[in-house]
Write a protein that binds this ligand. Sequence first.
Ligand code: HEM
Length: 401
Amino acid sequence: MTTAPTTPALPLPARHSGGCPFGPPPAYPEAAATGPVTRAVLPDGDLCWLVTGIAEVRTVLSDRRFSADIRHPTFPLLIAGARELITDNPDFLRLDDPEHARQRRMLTGEFLVKRVETLRPEIQRIVDGALDRMAEGRTTADLVTDFALPVPSLVICLLLGVPYEDHDRFQRLSRTMLNRESTVEQLREAQEEVHDYLRDLTARKRAQPEDDVLSRLAARDDLTPVDVAAMGVLLLVAGHETTANMIALSTALLLDHPEQIPGLADPATLPGAVEELLRLLTIVHTGLPRVALEDVELGGVTVRAGEGVMAMLSTANRDEGAFGGAGHRATDELDVYRDARRHLAFGFGVHQCLGQPLARAELQIALETLFRRLPGLRPAGEREFRTESFIYGMRSLPVTW
Ligand code: HEM
């Protein structure tokens, strides 16, 4: 089934090491320099294709000949041995249409730009509250635990109707699920515990509905309790780890480039600055997995039916033709005044991030408010990156003001 490699296949890096801490692992741009589609080895020893060119990444993510169904026997997995954890009911991120579209449609109304715009005052209140607590009576803090994590966590808890008091528990579980170094046993335990937690919560919502997303899902008779729990887990994990790491990384990067901070203060340039941060940081470093359902000609190679591909958003987002140009810095540098709107940090095609209007609103409000309220913000010690996670980010960012 697998095409014989013509050049040595790249073992996919287990964690981020070397190179710029704000960029992807150097192995990916190095592979991109040799061609848009190259060979790589997955942790279990199977070969896959590393798709690094922007046109080819778009094709993989929008062409129905590539499947996102994790139940496919050769779907590429980034943790060796994890295939035994795949259930018959994956969440819709890992399903194809029509089932993917059926479930996603039930949520689109909750995350529409128009709906999210009405949440802005609430998000602003949450951001201000987190900053009040962080700054009260002190002049140093860890920006990750005191600001970047609580803000998206409070927002998604409010929307879903998950009690924020439980955040330590679900944050610990989502960390385990996102950790590429977790053992299969640790993954199984975390997966079971978080599903049980969401199943219990959904049962309570069915009995006593409130004005939140989980109550509305629980009330539907066209979803099983298992489906509702899977959707809840997806939203809870996707809804806070991603945005939290984007807030922390963006702050650290801006502190390294203070001359660009004024780009956040002007309402005319703030949305563009956030798009540039999303583009440059592209926190899903590991790429998006898909499997070919038929033979496909892609970037000069033939991807055979059954072969796995990893669509690398980070290299696509550094394409000079798409994002470079006269008057702008190179695409591996921050330039908050460039037009980065067509970036792929939220993916592309039918699985493109459902929560992007919410993520954008949270990032704009969090970053603008942080630098406005603490104009003297600066680093205060050794920062630590989250190098082992499927979602790249920061473990700590000591700051003072
Ligand atoms: C900066 C923050 C975020 C980033 C960078 C991000 C990135 C992504 C990416 C790359 C995908 C596509 C995955 C694929 O095609 O395999 C995705 C899908 C998804 N995201 Fe996000 N995300 C962010 C925030 C959020 C938030 C706040 C939510 C929810 C409330 C969310 C919910 C989802 C869901 C439900 C999907 C699955 C969509 C589908 O399969 O149709 N994300 N996200």
